[in-house]
Ligand binder design. Structure first.
Ligand code: ADP
Ligand code: MG
Length: 349
């Protein structure tokens, strides 16, 4: 990082952005993570004008009459609303880099499932927001760098990044992704599984946000030694009866929630297995020896590491600050743009 300290003013103009389906983080050269907000844009219904972006937009949800809609521009790991995505990128870049941005260089991490058209849209939005140059980096690569894996060594490292809309499983060696899987199963699907379970088993309709609260409060994927409370916890949800529509509350147990999460959790495990099968034997040997690293918000689900370890027979570790790994990885590229830049092809708008 010697370059960063040499020239503070100029360095702070280079940024890394983790454009996640749930959260967007911005890393500014020489400063670290300077922005962390939900990837949400609030617009007046029927228009495309953004009223609020990020935290402010998320706070408006449910607090205003029906005339304001909250949009998640990257739902499901792909851009589902270009205009909102562009507005969001512009807003976050301006917030993170106040003043003139004519010399800003950007490294943006995008879900690896995005199409060339979507990549171009992201580059265009960033260029319009004032960036001088834009580099795109594959999310699993950024996650692995941010988790401190030795990505440039001739050694297979496996990272599983579980975000809101997607999970990315990848084996990396010599600075490149050797094999990877991107599946549209992430935190949102876990929430949906809880909503479905409550509807089917108890005929009660609950909202997305409630389901996420349940997951974070009492969700788990496997028993965790030393945490017996994970087995006995309960959570009271409020919803609407499926028949009749009356408000009703219900006590959910941790066992209920674990059963609900079973299917999406198994889908993530299946992707890990497939990636291992597709991996050259020397590299899967490295993974068996050194283990699998989990990043992204989904890595915080208690017992997920133990469950994957039990299913694969490979040790699994949760990265430090899993929610920050991708942003920190992009940040590392930004701190060292001149050397690490060769890992990233400059993107053309
Ligand atoms: P993205 O990269 O797609 O923006 P993140 O890596 O920021 O996603 O992770 C967001 C997801 O992590 C959300 O679905 C959220 O519900 C989930 N999450 C956050 N904290 C926890 C937790 N403690 N337990 C389980 N899931 C969590
Ligand atoms: Mg992410």
């Amino acid at each position: 990082m010697p370059q960063a300290s040499k020239n503070k003013t100029a360095s702070s103009r280079d940024i890394g952005m983790d454009l996640g389906t749930a959260n967007t983080l911005v890393y500014a050269r020489g400063h670290g993570i300077v922005l962390n907000e939900p990837s949400v844009v609030a617009v007046r219904a029927g228009t495309t004008t953004a009223l609020a972006v990020g935290t402010e937009a998320k706070e408006t949800i449910g607090r205003t009459p029906g005339s304001i809609t909250a949009i998640r521009p990257l739902k499901g790991g792909v851009i589902c609303d270009y205009e909102a995505a562009e507005e969001m990128i512009r807003h976050f870049v301006r917030k993170a880099v106040p003043g003139r941005r004519t010399r800003t260089r950007m490294v943006i991490c995008v879900p690896s499932g995005v199409t060339p058209v979507e990549r171009r849209a992201i580059v265009q939005a960033s260029t319009r927001a004032g960036a001088r140059s834009v580099h795109l980096i594959e999310e699993p690569m950024a996650a692995a760098i941010g988790a401190g894996l030795p990505v440039e060594e001739a050694r297979g490292s496996m990272v599983v990044d579980i975000g809101g809309g997607t999970s990315e499983v990848a084996v990396i060696s010599l600075g490149g992704i050797v094999t990877s899987q991107s599946l549209r199963v992430g935190g949102d699907r876990l929430d949906a599984a809880i909503t479905d379970h409550v509807r089917k088993e108890y005929s009660l309709l609950i909202g997305e946000r409630t389901a996420e609260d349940v997951k974070v409060a009492v969700g788990s994927a496997w028993p965790v030694p030393g945490r017996p409370e994970l087995e006995s916890a309960t959570f009271t949800v409020r919803g609407r009866e499926r028949v009749g529509g009356m408000p009703q509350s219900l006590v959910l147990t941790a066992a209920d929630v674990r059963a609900a999460l079973d299917e999406p959790v198994e889908a993530i495990i299946a992707a890990v297995r497939t990636t291992l099968e597709e991996c050259p034997p020397e590299l899967s040997g490295d993974v068996m020896e050194h283990g699998i690293v989990l990043t992204g918000g989904g890595a915080l689900l208690p017992g997920l590491d133990l469950r994957i370890a039990s299913a694969t027979g490979i040790p699994v570790f949760v990265a430090d600050a899993p929610l920050d790994c991708v942003a920190l990885g992009s940040g590392k590229c930004v701190e060292d743009l001149d050397t690490l830049g060769r890992l990233l092809a400059p993107a053309k708008a």
